[in-house]
Design a protein around this ligand. Structure first.
Ligand code: F0G
Length: 404
């Protein structure tokens, strides 16, 4: 395996373990070029299922179980049995949203309560492999918590840059609990990311989702979801969009699985942003060929309060390849959807509830068929942002009104 430029028109390749953050020729983001897998699709499906009954650490991980499609050669893997998250049916949520077949793929039921763990097991393993002593990221909270946990296990120093006053206390508490050094930046996530990029000096291994190894881990969520559907793809996969790493990772999964004969039909991707932090949705609606950043992103779904998503080019290719689309929902719609997910006994953080809000909106407009098979990706656990829940108490009290 090696690294290659994610721009299909630029053929540049680099050594797999090169620490470059962008293509030296065209500055687009890099990705891991996965080697052709020798096994047949049938063998792969059987082998991946069999590993579920093994307690060996690599098999017990819902990421490394799919290692035929991951970078390898590591003597030691930093893992906490991440992945292995269920598909859960949301009966009341489905009724509320106006569809019959709705499942939640709950990535919030990972070790630190968020999908980021899927990426960190690979990212931190790679960081240690290349000899890093310290790892760093900018974060709206979840990446910081996950980075801190995996760095702690790997014996690395973690340095996290957070937008001051804009991160849920629960997530900040996790980062502290796992011993991260916290730098509070006066400004948005986008500024915190710029600040970290300016201070990188080769001593800190950079682990935002620009890092291609992160996306390798995150893509396995789609391997697992398709396995749960016995490899019959759902019609729609709805995913919240912030910095657009996850969208990019899922798109990579579908492309690779299709090329390997494991997937016939790619599900349509719907990327959902919060209305106050919606540069990708704006770009999609306007048909512009370049992304225009939102200067002061604002949404109560703080995880996705991002104005300048770095992976938009990769994400755009993924959405287009799937014949999908991009949309946004208001904070009110997010809050209502979150209450409904809670009423199914599932729970999630606000950013995740954008997905159900989107399904309801699409079904009300007749854009999603009532009988479509829909998967909403829940990205974070309900306990990630308890202030939001307490502050929405009135909405909870009026939930019977919501039901009618
Ligand atoms: N949902 C949650 C709960 C998140 O924490 C994030 C991103 C997203 C969705 C969006 O994912 O950026 O890949 O499009 N959180 C990052 C962080 C930015 O720092 O924790 P994305």
């Amino acid at each position: 395996m090696n690294l290659r430029c994610s721009n299909p028109e630029c053929a540049t390749t680099l050594d797999l373990h090169d620490r470059a953050l962008a293509c030296p020729a065209c500055t687009d983001l890099l990705e891991v070029a996965v080697d052709r897998v020798a096994n047949t699709p049938g063998d792969l499906k059987r082998m991946w299922l069999q590993r579920r009954s093994s307690y060996a650490p690599l098999d017990a991980s819902g990421v490394w179980r799919f290692r035929e499609f991951l970078p390898g050669g590591y003597a030691e893997i930093v893992t906490m049995a991440e992945g292995n998250t269920p598909l859960v049916q949301g009966k009341r949520a489905a009724e509320w949203a106006g569809v019959r077949h709705l499942s939640f793929k709950h990535l919030g039921w990972n070790p630190t309560g968020c999908f980021k763990d899927l990426g960190m097991t690979v990212g931190v393993t790679e960081a240690r492999f290349v000899g890093a002593k310290a790892v760093g990221c900018a974060s709206t909270g979840n990446t910081a918590a996950s980075l801190a946990a995996y760095a702690a296990r790997a014996g690395l120093t973690a340095k996290v840059y957070l937008p001051a006053g804009q991160v849920s206390q629960n997530k900040l508490a996790q980062a502290l609990d796992f011993g991260a050094e916290v730098v509070q930046v006066d400004g948005s996530f986008d500024l915190a990311l710029d600040r970290l990029l300016q201070t990188l000096n080769g001593k800190i291994y950079f682990l935002n989702s620009i890092n291609p190894f992160r996306l390798e881990g995150q893509k396995t969520a789609m391997f697992e979801m398709l396995e749960q559907f016995e490899w019959q793809a759902p019609d729609y996969v709805i995913v919240p969009g912030g910095n657009l790493g996850n969208t990019s990772a899922f798109g990579k999964a579908f492309a690779e699985l299709q090329a390997a004969g494991l997937l016939e039909k790619v599900p349509r991707f719907v990327v959902v942003q919060a209305e106050g932090a919606n540069p990708f949705a704006r770009m999609w609606r306007s048909g512009a060929s370049d992304l225009e950043a939102v200067e002061n992103p604002e949404t109560a779904a703080t995880a996705i309060r991002i104005g300048n998503p770095r992976s938009w080019r990769k994400a755009l290719r993924a959405v287009q390849h799937s014949n999908g689309f991009v949309m946004d929902v208001t904070d009110e719609e997010i809050a209502e959807a979150k209450v409904m997910i809670g009423r199914d006994g599932i729970g999630c953080e606000p950013a995740s509830a954008t997905t159900l809000a989107a399904v309801r909106k699409l079904s009300a407009r007749g854009q999603i068929d009532r009988d479509a098979v829909v998967v909403a990706i829940l990205t974070g656990h309900a306990l990630k942002d308890t202030d939001f829940i307490i502050q929405s108490q009135r909405l909870h009290e009026s939930v019977s009104g919501l039901n009618s």
